[in-house]
Ligand binder design. Structure first.
Ligand code: IMP
Ligand code: MG
Length: 181
């Protein structure tokens, strides 16, 4: 698995230290709320969610949504489909959406639109990674881990054809891995 990686973009140490900072910042910002709801988008955001919540020293709940992504391709189709909805009614709740990566922004724009219709008390976005050069749909990110260059990243939740999610760091795949299919 490590052999398929051309270069490491963000080390495990940098990821974990940034997540600690984000968690502390979120805890400070929401200190007056006891009904914070974190919503993660499956499956890529799971690692981020479970590491982040351990640095948010507040009462909170977690829920999950699934939306269609690129399949085995590395390009956004622009078509977003809801595969699994929340278990929670978010009406009047303080919602913080946890995303792994914002690329074109199309996925998040769709998600925000869906969630806003349900009248949450507040709705903010926390994303681990952002590719600013690729944005097609403008979305305001309230908490951001890292900006990364326009390269296809894997690891720490991010997959290529469902693999590499369990890498503890974020890296770029070797060209030959895509050619292999
Ligand atoms: P967007 O709709 O283009 O912003 O794409 C967002 C989703 O595409 C993310 O939640 C990821 O599932 C996937 N994605 C975008 N860029 C990458 C990448 O570099 N590596 C792995 N998955 C990615
Ligand atoms: Mg995803």
């Amino acid at each position: 698995m490590h052999n398929d990686i051309a270069s490491v973009l963000i080390s495990e140490e940098r990821i974990q230290s940034r997540i600690r900072e984000l968690g502390q910042q979120i805890a400070a910002d929401y200190r007056n709320h006891d009904d914070l709801l974190l919503v993660a988008v499956l499956k890529g955001s799971v690692m981020f969610m479970v590491d982040l919540v351990r640095h948010i020293d507040l009462p909170l709940a977690m829920d999950f949504m699934a939306i269609s992504s690129y399949g085995a391709s590395t390009q956004s189709s622009g078509v977003v489909r809801l595969l699994k909805d929340l278990d929670t009614d978010i009406n009047n709740r303080h919602v913080l959406v946890i995303e792994d990566i914002i690329d074109s922004g199309l996925t998040l724009a769709y998600l925000i639109d869906q969630l806003q219709r349900r009248n949450p008390a507040s709705l903010r976005i926390c994303a681990l990674l952002n590719k600013p050069d690729r944005r097609q749909s403008s979305v305001a990110v309230d908490y951001l881990g890292f900006d990364i260059p326009n390269e296809f990243a894997v690891g720490y939740g991010l997959d290529y054809a469902e693999k590499y999610r369990n890498l503890p760091y974020i890296g770029v795949l070797k060209e030959e891995v895509y050619r292999r299919g």
